[in-house]
Design a protein around this ligand. Structure first.
Ligand SMILES: *[C@@H]1O[C@H](CO)[C@@H](O)[C@H](O)[C@H]1NC(C)=O
Ligand SMILES: *[C@@H]1O[C@H](CO)[C@@H](O)[C@H](O)[C@H]1NC(C)=O
Ligand SMILES: *[C@@H]1O[C@H](CO)[C@@H](O)[C@H](O)[C@H]1NC(C)=O
Length: 391
């Protein structure tokens, strides 16, 4: 059957309405003095990874508005810098996978090869484009199995535009920006005032009133977690702001981009004791917390228990509803995965591509406060694994 106008999804109409009605976000927020519904703090945080990017191309205004509509506690973003030093929301250092850059003839000669985190990468790099040039591109969906209808509709946004989306929300919505690839950015982008990428990042947050320790009065009004894989960046920004920071941890085989440390070094008890002077939590790749084999979960590591023993929260990444990403233990039910991580592993937050599903899960299926008693959790996990082994 040929699609008719009646079949244009309602969501798209809503989005177009919102986006066209509000093409520019007034800076600073015009609603910052309103009394808003506070952020929930009694259960694990629902962190909308790159916005609601399971549905809408990542890190776009539409993806963030959708995540807020779906009940996210935090909207998450990756901050990179343009050639002329503008801070933008974009995940990859190259534009190839999530924009239409390859169809722009005027940029055909802009492809380069640079070393990025210990390997050579070829593509169109964000650091070779001015903000004005980046704004001429359109963002597209990263995965072929996700909805392609929004490709070409939305632009790359700046860090400031992202902040305005959070501040303009009708309830309190936190932000969760990452200092992305700081070694690479500081090598390729220079600011006239001699400041570093991390300084510009913090300047932007302070300019819009983001400050204060975790759970302080300021924090509750404008909740923020600063995240980075680079420990030296986290230590550096600790001198500039007391806002809470999260240390991201990659897969077992990945070494840190700045200190060239292994996974095992940065998850040792000594290191957790050290880094807990600077951060309030860890953001580990979830398969390092519960390793997998043949797409089944194996016995969990003690990372969550040890992090909690150091008074560190744990916010693993990334939860995705699709079959491609669900381990077989969850019998293709994303709620079963959320249930396992929230109630059995006892995490304190989840980075998800589907903030709406985490919200539904927390509101409708498991409305209980978190209970992250690490020792009892390990017993439960052991029981679960034993049950699976019988299959
Ligand atoms: C990247 O390429 C350059 C030039 O060919 C080479 O000198 C360098 O060793 C390469 N780096 C890595 C990490 O492979
Ligand atoms: C990083 O550490 C590994 C393991 O010690 C070492 O083999 C490698 O040469 C180091 N890389 C750099 C750039 O220092
Ligand atoms: C958390 O769970 C443990 C083990 O099931 C239980 O003993 C404890 O009472 C629970 N704590 C709270 C605050 O519910």
């Amino acid at each position: 059957m040929r699609p008719s106008i009646c079949h244009i999804p309602f969501l798209l109409l809503l989005l177009l309405h919102v986006v066209i009605a509000r093409p520019f976000f007034p800076l600073p927020s015009k609603t910052s003095n309103e009394v808003k519904k506070p952020i929930q703090t009694f259960r694990p945080y629902n962190i909308a990874h790159r916005g609601s990017n399971g549905e809408i191309p990542e890190e776009t205004t539409a993806a963030y508005l959708r995540a807020i509509e779906e009940g996210a506690d935090f909207i998450e973003t990756d901050i990179l810098a343009s050639k002329d030093g503008a801070l933008i929301c974009f995940h990859d250092v190259t534009l190839d996978d999530t924009t239409d850059v390859s169809s722009h003839k005027e940029f055909a000669n802009r492809r380069r090869t640079y070393e990025v985190e210990w390997s050579n990468v070829t593509g169109w790099f964000v650091v070779d484009f001015t903000l004005d040039e980046l704004k001429t591109l359109k963002v597209k969906q990263r995965y072929s199995f996700r909805d392609q209808q929004y490709n070409g509709k939305f632009s790359i946004i700046t860090f400031e535009e992202f902040i305005s989306i959070a501040l303009d929300a009708s309830r309190t919505v936190g932000i969760y920006p990452e200092i992305k690839d700081p070694i690479f950015i500081n090598k390729h982008v220079k600011w006239a005032d001699g400041k570093k990428f991390e300084d510009k990042f913090v300047d932007t947050l302070l300019k819009y009133g983001y400050k204060g320790q975790y759970m302080s009065e300021y924090w509750l009004k404008q909740p923020l977690f600063i995240q980075s894989f680079a420990p030296t960046s986290l230590v550096h920004v600790s001198k500039l702001t007391d806002s809470p920071k999260i240390f991201l941890i990659d897969d077992f085989i990945v070494r840190t981009q700045d200190t060239n440390q292994s996974y095992w070094e940065i998850t040792s008890d000594d290191y957790l004791a050290y880094i807990s002077n600077y951060v309030v939590g860890l953001g580990p790749w979830k398969d390092t917390v519960v390793p997998t084999a043949n797409n089944y979960l194996m016995a969990p590591t003690d990372l969550v228990a040890r992090a909690h023993a150091h008074n560190l929260q744990v916010h693993p990444y990334t939860y995705r509803n699709e079959n491609q990403f669900l381990h077989f233990n969850f019998h293709q039910d994303p709620y079963a995965e959320y249930d396992f991580w929230i109630n059995t592993v006892g995490v304190d937050g989840l980075f998800t591509d589907f903030a709406g599903s985490v919200h539904q899960y927390q509101e409708l299926i498991s409305p209980h406060p978190k209970n992250a008693t690490a020792n009892s959790l390990l017993v439960k996990i052991a029981q679960m694994i034993a049950a699976y082994e019988g299959h």
